[in-house]
Design a protein around this ligand. Structure first.
Ligand code: ZN
Length: 327
């Protein structure tokens, strides 16, 4: 698929185009502003009326001194108290092409660009008084939700046809390729959902024990088996993704009693995608509602309250089950 994913097009005609249509933002590259490395690019972000919103810094390419993976971090958080506008950075680890060739992305890299830009939007659209609550300063089980929602625009027809053009011929991506991609979303989801839920419930089991009760567990395997059986997930063909003895997320990764966050974010995400889809998709009005009621409030409001403000009800699990072809 790479010939259809020219990074410049993905950025301008995909990621930024979707954000402009939804949130009324414009992005102007400022080549006169130098960030922390020559590879980084700085964009001035403005709103509907041309008012300044903040700066977006893109650090796309891998290099020896950069850690792996992809992430967003705010260099300056928006704050009413201090009158600061946000400066946010997106980091990826895309390989540089040979000189003179375009950067052609993989599907995973395109997904990552939309995902990380969802975090960037959370930081840019923030309008809280205190920087402590600004943008992505929300609970761990909520922070991935806006970024996952932003991934929906990758395959949204009017966005896809706008950016996914063959870098040499200008031909749009063939429809059967797009159909195959969509069809593959349900692949192996029975296994993956079960092994993930088993690990999430195991995480809850361990962290629900008192210190005394945990100290009294002398057979870790037996405790794990008992807890999985109690949850109805003691299927030998589908063991938990991480067994207790190598469950780094929960014992040293900062996800203690929080490993469920991934799927909970996706419950909110799928329910939100359903709302956008039912309400006309990529429109300024839909973006305004999501921005005002959800992205903008950051951590200053209880996340479930913000979600209800936006969605008009609590999240439901059915859209996720449909997405995973489990219902
Ligand atoms: Zn993320």
């Amino acid at each position: 698929m790479r010939p259809y994913f020219d990074a410049e097009r993905v950025l301008h005609d995909g990621v930024l185009y979707a954000a402009s249509t939804l949130y009324g933002l414009t992005f102007t590259e400022r080549t006169d502003l130098v960030a922390y490395h020559p590879d980084t690019r700085v964009f001035e972000v403005a709103g509907d009326e041309g008012e300044p919103v903040g700066l977006y810094v893109l650090d796309l390419y891998t290099r020896d001194s950069k850690r792996g993976g992809a992430w967003m971090n705010p260099l300056v958080s928006q704050s009413g108290l201090f009158g600061t506008l946000p400066v946010v950075v997106n980091n990826l680890n895309v390989s540089k092409p040979p000189a003179g060739s375009p950067t052609l992305l993989t599907l995973d890299e395109v997904t990552t660009m939309f995902h990380e830009f969802g975090h960037a939007l959370h930081g840019l659209i923030a309008r809280t008084e205190y920087p402590y609550f600004s943008g992505t300063n929300v609970y761990r089980d909520f922070v991935e939700f806006p970024s996952q929602v932003n991934e929906m625009w990758l395959l949204w027809p009017e966005v896809l046809e706008h950016y996914a053009l063959h870098h040499e011929t200008g031909e749009p991506m063939p429809a059967d390729l797009v159909e195959k991609l969509t069809a593959s979303e349900g692949f192996n989801q029975g296994f993956e959902t079960s092994e993930y839920l088993a690990a999430s419930l195991l995480d809850q089991s361990w962290h629900s024990l008192t210190f005394e009760a945990a100290s009294a567990v002398d057979d870790v395997a037996a405790f794990q088996a008992q807890e999985l059986a109690a949850a109805g997930l003691d299927n030998p063909a589908v063991p938990p993704r991480y067994a207790s003895t190598y469950f780094a997320h929960t014992f040293s990764g900062g996800y203690d009693a929080g490993y469920y966050s991934y799927i909970w974010s996706e419950v909110l995400d799928a329910d939100t995608v359903e709302w956008f889809t039912a309400n006309g998709g990529l429109t300024r009005a839909n973006g305004a509602r999501f921005a005002e009621r959800l992205l903008g409030v950051g951590g200053a409001k209880d996340p479930l309250e913000a979600y209800r403000d936006f969605r008009g009800r609590d999240a439901e699990v059915a859209p996720l089950l449909v997405r995973r072809r489990l219902q």
